[in-house]
Ligand binder design. Sequence first.
Ligand code: NDP
Length: 449
Amino acid sequence: MSPETYVSNFMEGLRRRNPGQPEFHQAVEEFVGSITPFLLDHKRYLDNYIMERLTEPDRVVSFRVGWQDDNGAIRANRGYRVQFNNAIGPYKGGLRFHPTVNAGVLKFLAFEQIFKNSLTTLPMGGGKGGSNFNPKGKSDAEVMRFCQSFMTQLAKYIGPNIDVPAGDIGVGAREISYLFGQYKRMKDEFTGILTGKDIAFGGSLIRKEATGYGCVYFVENMLNHKGDSVKGKTCVVSGSGNVAQYTVEKVLHLGGKAITLSDSGGYIHDPDGIDQEKLDWVKDLKTVRRGRISEYVEQFPRASYYADQRPWSVPCDIAFPSATQNEINASEAQTLIDNGCMAVGEGANMPSDLDAIHIYQKAKILYGPSKAANAGGVAVSGLEMTQNSMRLHWNGEELEEKLQDIMKKIHKQCVEYGKESSDYINYVQGANIAGFVKVANATIAQGVM
Ligand code: NDP
């Protein structure tokens, strides 16, 4: 059978079994498309029906989350947990609170998480969860009541050796704290049930920095492999949340210059570069005052604001999409390349659509897919789990060294499985095959279930 026929038959069945879940179809198609030649060369995986088994979640639970707003009005949202695969460790993956959350989006994220977690070399399975609740514009008290109600349901399905959620879009330190408090209140148990916790109650240093820092380290590894580095490079970053902020910070540490940030309202372009002082202002704006990125230009008038646009037309050496899925399409990818972009490091999950990926690959630029490039966050979450189990606390330097080392190992695995020629590494293929082999072998070893 040709790879094209295998992929097309497989995807036809997957679409039929999972109607109305385009993001899930997209994530699986990207994955299956890249590993099929390897699968066809390793009949054992086909004989064991591995792809069919790995694309069916262990379970998807959904539940009602009722809560009261500040006016006493009763509200209801839908909560979910997708426990996709625990072949190599307890389910692990973030919680997303955003109005676009549905079962298909969470299945795409949980599916990606299986292989990302495998790449980190730590023992973690893949999961994801969240709600269509929108924390934007809600008071702290409303967010607290929502989180308490959400955890009252979620607590039935999680546990330190079963499933350990973390944050994602709309779920930061504030939400994790409320969720942790409710679990502790219900179970009377102080345990590492969530990661991304405050340092005062079992959190890990470097966790909030880890995804952004790790992504820049991954790009530094790709550039080093070519005899180059981030130093002196102009970088375009999207988003202005957790991942974007710490991407900008590590770009600064490594001597690069980040010139854009965005949110769902538009983007800012600061030709002078976003230095540490400006970044600290953004951190306060986004995490304390919960404001909009448009306010940046009032504070720093040399910058410009572009409403309802994404930053990909700004010329750069490196692009760091760090907001959300499908934020770079084919024409935006082409614009990046035409303007001289040499590398893309995906801080967000699946920010480039399938056509955009084909354009990067055709142009042979360095393309670090999210599975590999943003794995630093979950890697440090894994280290937080270890610290909680061992009741110890590593210092920031030790953890950053471990993070750097993990990103180096992920890069090495991508090179091992993705080397197409002496000067081209297909990082998509490398990340997917390296992530797959460990999970597939564990699944086969554990028997048919
Ligand atoms: P945050 O909630 O901290 O920030 C999200 C940012 O993205 C905000 O600036 C937000 O703008 C913007 N954004 C969200 N949705 C959209 C949209 N539909 N269109 C345009 N902009 C949007 O989330 P994180 O920084 O934690 O997550 C960002 C990405 O990184 C996600 O894809 C997430 O899955 C991924 N990721 C995060 C990890 C982590 O450790 N936090 C780990 C690995 C991946 P606005 O405020 O206007 O909504």
